[in-house]
Design a protein. Sequence first.
Length: 466
Amino acid sequence: MADQPSSRPKRPFRWLLRGFLALVVLALLAVCVLAVMGKVAESRWEKLAAEIRASGQPLTLEEVLASRPSIAPEEDGGPIIHAALEKIQELEVSQKDVFILGVEVECRFEFPERLNARCLKSTREYLGANAPVFSLLDQLLEKPLAYLHIPYKDPMDISGPVLPLISRLRFLSKAVYLDGALAGMDGDDQHMVRDVRVMLRLSQSLYDEPVLLTHLVGTAIDAMAVRLVPDLLQIRVFPDSALAELQDVIDRQIASRSMRMALLGERAHALNFLSAIRSMSGKAPLLSWDTLVPWYSAWYLSQSRVDIMLYYSRLIAAAETSPHALLAKARAEEKRSKKWRFLSTFVSITAPSISNAVRLHLRSLAESRCVIAILASERYRLANGAFPQDLSDLVPAFLDALPADPFDGKPLRLKHEDDGALVIYSIGENETDDGGSINPPQGRGRAPDVGFRLLPPERRSAVLVE
């Protein structure tokens, strides 16, 4: 009988054991690699932080707040703003037909071409009831600075203490706009100029805060203030003295406006946020899931801190050069974040909002510069009997230099229309000259270009309807 082949005993768990050991080795190798990468990221962070501090830039939120100009308590206009906010709350709009602030459609967005007599009457009553608020805000102009003293305590909730304040501040600014609009309509030029100055001081208090959100609300208030001027020029002629004062006030506001404080603050807030996550995660066991998953690993958080530092530092450097350079850098950083989003999640989340904020900042800046040119053109007309043929005609008598378009760095554009109107405009966010198309298509959305229209004096009027 033939010998049967001997069968070896099967060891079904041997391959499982080998596989488990291989996984353990890979896990240990991954932990070692992550540990080394974490050390490299920490070393890079320390070097970057030292370089930034050596350059004189503040890094932490405390350092950013301390970098603002110091001021004695009695010279701080912040308490005046808070007092005005409390008073305006007590006198919130009770009528439905207050111009602009009301809820009735017929009372909104009509200024200055068409005014409803009923809405106008209710608006005057509302402003009269709030007269103590406006008298209080006049004291703001006597103070060199106004700090809002927002408490930034929770790094996980920066917007918490900010949102209620900026909502009330926008409402207050709209009330001041109304007061200035009616003063301008009534021929009280000094009162109107004072209200424009108050609105610009309110926006400046927001620019002095290290938060992007407050900066954006500041630009909205700035836009409200500067739009009041071309709005009023639609219905009447102003003397050169009032125009010159407005031009000087807005010009000084433009010179002081920058996104630097907001970007410094956002960098500090982002770093505080990452530090809070690091402290919450604690020290994970050697082979825990949290250690192996990059999102929660010490390396990933350390590398994210480096990425955030580099991202904001590049934007801050661009903000110190020119608005156009800042926009180009914001777009480049947004493109970079999309390409490497799997490695820089925190930056990829942050970049689109920053890029959009820069566009809004440049749009507001473009509007302000267009208003400066509009004021200079109107002063030129008063002196020469006609609008300038070119913006260069305004230099040096009415402008020190040609105002630059923040979207491309070139001079603003001027256009004469067939009906005798003058249009001064910026190319806007699409960075294309659309020939001074400053009216939104079908009355909705945004116009391709950013600018204002100045009518000849014989066409300026307001229609009052019952």
